[in-house]
Design a protein. Structure first.
Length: 197
């Protein structure tokens, strides 16, 4: 419930003013998929490529957010929803500044991703499904999380003991088991170009 004494303060500069200064269209590219599907690797490679092309962008990575902004949250369903809500609010603010925001979050539930889209705005939100198969993700397992989950050390682990609901109509699908990081980046850049034209 919003406090009635809190009022949104409107500045003089508009989103269009910032677009003109930056000469780019802001977007939120929301990469969703299982742990170890390649979301973070693709996100940081994309960030480097966009910067090389003169586009100002930033990555909001799930693990990094949990070191600061979301350090008070556990991994309960309610806390995971709040994690996604906060990331979406930050992405919206960054879009208002004119940035391209790359979000890398498992975000396993459709309702949470729809809520994120509502916060950011349908016109700026692009859902990218990193659809890498569970077997491939599990074979990578860089943090040993799948093994720990299989041994009962992690409760409610997405893909093992908690559900992942694939997007029904993503803007783009990337299977990093068959598509390289470079190819993934080029595919997302094509999506950005289509959106911006």
């Amino acid at each position: 419930m919003q406090n009635k004494n809190i009022v949104w303060q409107h500045g003089v500069a508009t989103r269009d003013d910032r677009r003109r200064v930056l000469n780019q269209v802001p977007l939120t590219l929301w990469l969703t998929g299982l742990s170890a599907s390649g979301k973070s690797v693709v996100s940081y490679a994309l960030e480097a490529e966009l910067l090389k092309r003169g586009l100002l962008c930033a990555v909001l990575d799930g693990d990094n957010l949990r070191h600061g902004l979301n350090s008070d949250l556990d991994f309960s369903p309610q806390a995971r929803s709040e994690n996604i809500r906060r990331a979406a609010e930050v992405a919206r603010l960054m879009n208002d500044i004119g940035l391209i925001v790359i979000v890398a979050l498992i975000s396993p539930l459709r309702t949470d991703r729809q809520a994120a889209q509502s916060i950011v705005g349908v016109d700026l939100f692009r859902e990218i499904y990193v659809s890498t198969a569970l077997e491939i993700c599990e074979s990578r397992d860089p943090k040993g999380l799948y093994r720990a989950a299989r041994e009962g050390g992690i409760a409610e682990f997405t893909g093992v003991s908690a559900p992942y609901e694939p997007p029904l109509n993503p803007s783009l699908m990337l299977d990093t088991g068959s598509v390289s990081v470079h190819q993934s980046v080029e595919m997302i850049c094509s999506l950005i170009k289509t959106t911006s034209s």
